[in-house]
Ligand binder design. Structure first.
Ligand code: NDP
Length: 245
């Protein structure tokens, strides 16, 4: 069945791969991020392959911009079946480095961006009596270690919010599903943005040795979306077979 699917952070990595996979399967995708050139090229690729896609320039750390994404989906396609809260960043560092602006940014995008996405789409899903949130968390929603403190805090937060939302929607019998996707190392631009040089070097080696393609995560998202509506895939943990932590 063709669905209207919003994907945040669609301009690269997991979001981009998910957009291509879901559009190829016949869904209508609404792609949001900040880099216009990347989104324009992606929409052109999808359309050239016979798919349906639009893009919306948006910074998900702002509530109003999430509402703008939702409105664009409704104006163009008339409904929102799935909202993939995927936008995120991972500038890891030790607390002693005091990179507070990066902590704020992760909280604003990874955590508040997800909450704002829920706020932007839930009223529509409630009125449709149907919908699904796919919240991209991480293995860091389950474990914390040196340098991952703030990133893990945002992802634990995404996990907790998702479970609360799942229970609320089940109690309300709203037919709104909630899925958490928790990947390990995936080959994307994510590790390149660390400003701490030592962390960046470590991550580069770790990812080069292990990371799996973003298309594998896209396939797991597609599986959760395609499951019959009376069945809810609540979490998928997906990581390289050789990844320990
Ligand atoms: P990328 O860096 O390739 O993609 C991140 C995406 O988020 C980009 O499209 C970027 O677009 C977008 N983004 C960042 N900030 C904002 C913002 N303020 N508003 C809107 N969009 C924004 O990394 P991944 O694909 O790996 O990351 C996607 C998700 O997967 C993240 O939530 C990440 O935490 C999670 N994840 C990734 C793992 C990995 O190993 N790669 C492992 C576990 C989880 P733009 O810059 O154009 O706005």
């Amino acid at each position: 069945m063709s669905k209207v699917i919003v994907i945040t952070g669609a301009s690269s990595g997991i979001g981009e791969a998910t957009a291509k996979t879901l559009a190829k399967a016949g869904n209508k995708v609404v792609l949001a991020a900040r880099r216009q050139d990347r989104l324009e090229a992606l929409v052109a690729d999808i359309q050239a392959a016979g798919g349906e896609a639009i893009y919306v320039l948006a910074d998900v750390s702002k509530l109003e911009e999430n509402k703008k994404i939702a409105q664009a989906a409704l104006d163009t396609y008339g409904r929102i079946d799935v909202w993939v809260n995927n936008a995120g960043l991972m500038p890891l560092s030790e607390f002693s480095k005091g990179l507070v602006e990066e902590w704020d940014r992760m909280i604003d995008v990874n955590l508040k961006g997800t909450l704002y996405g829920i706020d932007a789409a839930l009223p529509t899903m409630r009125s449709q009596e149907s919908g699904q949130f796919v919240n991209v968390a991480s293995l860091s929603a389950h474990q914390a270690g040196a340098t991952t403190g703030v990133y893990a805090a945002t992802k634990f937060g995404v996990w907790a919010a998702s479970e609360s939302l799942r229970q609320e929607e089940a109690m309300a019998q709203s037919n709104v599903r909630v899925t958490v996707i928790s990947p390990g190392a995936v080959d994307t631009e994510l590790p390149q943005h660390a400003s701490d040089a030592a962390v960046k070097e470590n991550l580069a080696g770790f990812y080069a040795a292990l990371a799996i393609p973003a298309e594998e995560v896209a396939r797991s998202i597609q599986f959760a979306i395609d499951t019959p509506e009376n069945t809810s895939i609540n979490e998928i943990i997906i990581r390289p077979t050789a990844q320990t932590l």
